[in-house]
Design a protein around this ligand. Structure first.
Ligand code: GLC
Length: 804
């Protein structure tokens, strides 16, 4: 069953049935001013922080309410509906609607009773307020008189939690006022005599404004209870029903902003208005509203700016393959998803309410990888930031506060850090993610100078990027477990695996091994012979330990507990096969060919399902060891045997690195949202963005996906597809092209910007191979192998690769 389709040309997902199985959301704005909106206009807004700058209320666990509602009422018949299907929810036989989610804008189209409406929601580029631009057209033959009402449900307090639970306080700091064309809500209005910068108990008066441009306000309401009415709901607000909002304000009641305007329409006539919402002082709000006096021109221009901005970002890497799902994901939706995780981290969605007050180290360093091929200049800024959150002992701060002050931060060794962040100890993997991320950035951009850039450490001192990476090696070296492999510490990538100070993680060991391979390239560039020798010896030692202890007939184990118990051996009753050690044995380059093939085959046999490979199998239930926290979850979900989508990216990459194009693509397709567009009743989640996980085969809801948008999945799958399937493998000095694709792909094309040049790559595969390169031509000249040195590239480089 499907609820919509991909409009690849516009880069929109168009929802044609509004009764989607879950709210299907989109992101507007930036962390300066953020907004999440569903296809039924549900969602919320905030300035700077989802937790502490909340402007619009959203009640989680409440079927997507409230939202940015626009009601339309026919003043003659007194019938009313909403510009989005909900909240009024007219019969879908007579109410026709479409929701277009685009790049940083959402447009709702509706047709009902011969009125066509288009509500466009967006945050203008680089602005910190939002616009709800409504166009209404009379498509009938008689003149119509309408009342249009916009409704914004303010939180009583900018702190999300306090607004919902601390009513004895929050209710008594809020009030509303009306002026000219806008409702002004003030939180702590009684502090309005304080001078700028002055505070009482850390508090100051804050204004939020909801205003109307393009029409005169005919009535207003600043009090939620008066607007909705006791024993009414968002579906039938008393004020809308009456056609007059009663001009009430609030003082100690739940505040809201509701503004109505009368709109008369001749047959065929269109009128346009704009509601503006923001956390703005009164005068600034008045000035902003002035700019929208003629909403037609102002809004069209701003929409164009947004589209240009985002489409330009996406244009740097485009593919045209025989798979429409692959094209739409790589060209638009997975890419846009990567930007959203890059920008929002895990801050705000319909699952995350913004209470995480910082960036997770590993999450953020991984997220960066998803945008490197599209926006290396954005990536490097974040890389700098994350390097400045590396402690001088080489470990990463598990949580990097939004207020991060490099050089002056406490660390997990300080009680103050633990108290403030809730993170009690270092995690084994955090800083190890820096290796592939920094390497990918330098290789994509060619910015070798970055290796010598000096960046502070989180707590004290500074060092070059090269030094930072060396310290990451030191951190693991100084935290080894009983057998000499990296210790598991508080967690590795898997938050639910507590292997402790002496227990050991195979996954981290593989990461560490790869880290050393990567750092050797840096050391070679620096001609640091002594360090190369050190790395070679250390790596050999680690390899021997892993080979001696971690290979278990046809799979790699997951690790050791502090007591030396083996986790993930083939004879265990539960969790005897884990996905990540298998994929990472290949990604790290440690597995022998024979091991790689066996391990990947076992993944395919034991872990794979039609919706992707489960994280481990069988799930924990009665045989969990002490540190196996996954047992707290139902079986088949999250880390307890769910299809943890992030890990699909690594299995795609591993299969592609082995040249197994068929399998790499199969793993892509099984879990690709776009490939499940016709299975919305099973997947439930948006078909255009990734979720954190899909329920595994041991769940009664096998195939249902969860935790939309903000997930590391976006970046790992992107890397799996771009570096793996498409085979784009830049290094310091050029670009290797090594596609691994399904056999039946006869040809495909890639448009790629690379270090200021544009590459038009045509891949031909008449012999139906899964991988390989018979011939590579660059501007007509044959190359050696499948490598293009950067210096042979021209502004417009024509590349032809014959696979078979
Ligand atoms: C979540 C966390 C991430 C972790 C993963 C696996 O996605 O955000 O940090 O690696 O779960 O436990």
């Amino acid at each position: 069953m499907n609820y919509g389709y991909f409009d690849d040309k516009q880069r929109e997902y168009v929802i044609t049935r509004p009764d989607t199985p879950a709210p299907w959301a989109n992101y507007l704005g930036s962390p300066e001013y953020g907004a999440v909106i569903s296809n039924n206009a549900g969602g919320y807004s905030f300035a700077k922080s989802g937790a502490n700058g909340r402007i619009l209320r959203y009640v989680f666990n409440n079927f997507d309410q409230p939202g940015r509602y626009i009601y339309i009422r026919d003043n003659e018949s007194k019938d009313y509906w909403s510009a989005s299907w909900q909240p009024v929810g007219k019969d879908l036989e007579t109410y026709k609607s479409e929701c277009h989610h685009g790049t940083a804008y959402t447009k709702m189209l509706a047709d009902y009773s011969e009125i066509h409406s288009e509500a466009l929601y967006y945050v203008p580029l680089n602005k910190s307020y939002e616009v709800w631009n409504l166009k209404v057209t009379n498509t009938g033959k008689k003149a119509r008189s309408l009342t249009v009402t916009g409704y914004a449900e303010f939180t009583n307090n900018s702190n999300y939690n306090e607004d919902l639970v601390n009513l004895q306080y929050s209710l008594f700091i809020t009030r509303t006022a009306f002026e000219e064309n806008r409702i002004r809500q003030t939180v702590h209005g009684n502090l309005d005599t304080l001078k700028k910068g002055e505070m009482v108990d850390n508090k100051t008066a804050t204004d939020r404004v909801f205003g109307l441009a393009g029409a005169k306000v005919s009535s207003f309401c600043g009090d939620k209870e008066k607007f909705i009415g006791r024993y009414h709901s968002y579906a039938d607000p008393a004020g809308v029903e009456a056609g007059n909002l009663g001009d009430a304000l609030s003082y100690n009641e739940n505040a809201c902003g509701a503004l109505a305007a009368e709109i008369a329409l001749e047959p065929g006539e269109t009128k346009e208005i704009a509601f503006i919402l923001g956390m703005k002082e009164n005068e600034e709000a008045a000035a902003i509203l002035k700019e929208y006096e003629h909403p037609e021109a102002a809004c069209a221009k701003e929409l164009e700016e947004l589209i240009t901005y985002w489409h330009e970002k996406l244009s740097h890497f485009q593919v045209n393959t025989p798979s429409p799902e692959f094209n739409t994901m790589i060209n638009t939706w997975n890419a846009y998803n990567c930007f959203m995780t890059f920008i929002w981290s895990r801050a705000a969605s319909f699952i995350y309410c913004g209470l995480r007050n910082g960036y997770g180290y590993r999450d953020t360093v991984q997220d960066i990888q998803g945008v490197i091929h599209l926006a290396p200049e954005m990536a490097v800024d974040k890389i700098r930031f994350m390097l400045s959150a590396q402690v001088d002992n080489g470990g990463g701060l598990p949580l990097v506060k939004f207020t991060h002050n490099a050089g002056h931060e406490d660390t997990p060794d300080d009680a103050s850090y633990v108290k403030e962040t809730g993170h009690p100890a270092y995690r084994a993997d955090d800083a190890l993610w820096l290796f592939p991320t920094v390497y990918k950035y330098i290789s994509e951009s060619g910015n070798l100078d970055f290796i010598d850039e000096v960046i502070p450490f989180a707590n004290k001192d500074e060092g070059t990027v090269y030094e930072h990476l060396k310290r990451a090696i030191d951190f693991s070296m100084n935290h080894l477990g009983i057998h000499g492999m990296p210790a598991g510490l508080y967690a590795d990538w898997n938050d639910c695996l507590r292997l402790g100070k002496k227990g050991e993680s195979t996954f981290v060991a593989f990461q560490f091994y790869l880290g050393m391979t990567i750092l050797k390239k840096f050391a070679q560039y620096k001609q640091d012979g002594k360090y190369i020798k050190y790395l070679e010896e250390s790596q050999k030692k680690l390899e021997n330990i892993i080979q001696d202890l971690c290979w278990n007939e046809d799979r790699f184990i997951r690790g050791f507990t502090e007591k030396g118990e083996v986790i993930g051996k083939r004879t265990d009753p539960e969790a005897n096969m884990w996905l990540n050690p298998q994929s990472w044995s290949v990604i790290s380059g440690l597995a022998t060919d024979e091991q790689a093939d066996l391990a990947l085959d076992m993944v395919n046999q034991q872990l794979n399902t039609e919706f992707g490979a489960v994280l481990m199998d069988p799930p924990y239930h009665a045989h969990a060891f002490d540190g196996a926290l996954a047992v707290i979850y139902n079986q088949g979900v999250k880390e307890n045997g769910g299809i943890f989508s992030q890990s699909q990216g690594w299995i795609i990459l591993a299969e592609a690195l082995r040249g197994h194009g068929e399998r790499a693509f199969m793993y892509f397709k099984e879990n690709a949202p776009a490939a499940q567009n016709d299975k919305a009743q099973i997947r439930k989640l948006e078909p255009y963005c990734y979720g954190q996980f899909t329920e595994g085969k041991t769940s009664p809801h096998f195939g249902r996906s969860h935790v939309h948008w903000l997930t590391g999945t976006a970046s790992t799958i992107m890397v799996g597809c771009v570096e793996g399937i498409m085979g784009m493998r830049p290094d310091f000095y050029g670009l290797k092209i090594s596609p691994s694709v399904p056999k039946d792909w006869e040809s495909f094309e890639i448009e790629k910007d690379f270090r200021g040049n544009h590459l038009h790559i045509v891949v031909k595969n008449p012999g139906h191979a899964e991988s390989g390169c018979k011939k590579l031509l660059v501007n007509g000249k044959e190359m050696e192998g499948n490598y293009i040195p950067a210096e042979v590239m021209t502004k417009q480089t024509e590349v032809e690769l014959i696979m078979s």
